[in-house]
Design a protein around this ligand. Structure first.
Ligand SMILES: Cc1ncc(COP(=O)(O)O)c(C=O)c1O
Length: 296
């Protein structure tokens, strides 16, 4: 649409490392070097701000004449440190986009394919995106594949005569890779055959109970955020520069559990078919690793 050439994205957002996605992303992770190449976007607060969605809606209403799309990681901002907002917060964002004729792009590269307890986080959020961005879990992580899924409205905007003005000419060398597509299809079958979503929700409940019992009250822990099997345990480092996150994760790795830090947030992302024993082991190792890794 003429004149609509900007995006609204959120603080803390991470959408990838091409110049376009770095621009939509909020920066950080040593990306400053690319700042001269990044294009400006409108920036709503991150999910660590409780009224982030309300502020975004105000910005949409105010700027709709120049806004092409809103880009959001629904439910959980992964790279920001597993920052989460309640699912009920999101539906009004979808309504604001629709009412103001702004496209809604949901980036479910991290949250998609069951990670948050439903096949897509958008479902829990009552969001029906115009464009859905998926990757990682589409093949269960086994082969490199990503996809941009368009709804009927976007699809039909490009539908027209062969080589006509509507044709979408852009593609990539490996678009529609047959082997990756076969693996993705099999993976989708297995998600249903093995009732993976039921396992995600059961293991999530178990993880929450174990974290509440063993980790939440520890003085080294500031907050625990969990949605499905996407979890961040935020440490309360008493001063900057202690690198508690790294040390705790190094200790966990030494004990055979692969955890990674995002700053002082310990990321727990077990595979979606993880077992009750494994969840118990993860929490026990985390407990011991916090003791070892926060010794100053
Ligand atoms: C929400 C989100 N979007 C996009 C990406 C980037 O995906 P890719 O590395 O496949 O471009 C990631 C990667 O972690 C992500 O978490």
């Amino acid at each position: 649409m003429t004149g609509r050439n900007s995006y609204l994205a959120f603080g803390g957002a991470y959408h990838g490392d091409t110049i376009g996605s770095l621009s939509i992303g909020a920066g950080g992770f040593g990306t400053d070097i690319f700042d001269p190449l990044r294009f400006p976007v409108m920036r709503a607060p991150g999910f660590d701000t409780p009224n982030a969605i309300d502020v975004a809606i105000e910005m949409i209403v105010e700027n709709c004449a120049s806004l092409a799309a809103v880009v959001i990681e629904p439910l959980v901002q992964g790279a920001a440190g597993m920052e989460m907002l309640p699912a009920e917060e999101f539906a009004k964002l979808g309504i604001a986009c629709r009412d103001n004729d702004v496209l809604l792009i949901c980036d479910e590269v991290a949250t998609g394919f069951g990670r948050t307890g439903t096949l897509f986080a958008s479902e829990q959020c009552g969001l029906s995106p115009d464009l859905l961005v998926i990757g990682k879990g589409i093949t269960g992580g086994y082969l490199a594949m990503a996809a941009t899924v368009a709804n009927e409205r976007v699809y039909s905007a490009f539908l027209g005569d062969d080589l006509g003005p509507r044709t979408f000419y852009h593609g990539h060398s490996y678009s529609g890779n047959a082997l990756a597509a076969a693996v993705a299809l099999k993976h989708l079958e297995l998600i249903y055959e093995w009732d993976v979503l039921a396992n995600v929700n059961e293991r999530s409940d178990q993880l929450r109970a174990l974290l509440d019992a063993k980790i939440a009250e520890r003085p080294e822990v500031k907050a625990i955020r969990l949605q499905g099997l996407m979890c961040g345990v935020e440490l309360a480092a008493p001063r900057e520069g202690l690198r508690w996150g790294r040390k705790v994760c190094a200790s966990a790795v030494a004990q055979g559990v692969l955890l990674r830090p995002l700053g002082d947030v310990i990321v727990l992302m077990p595979m979606l078919t993880t077992t009750a024993d494994e969840v118990e082991r993860i929490v026990n190792v985390l407990d011991a690793a916090i003791t070892e890794g926060t010794r100053t």
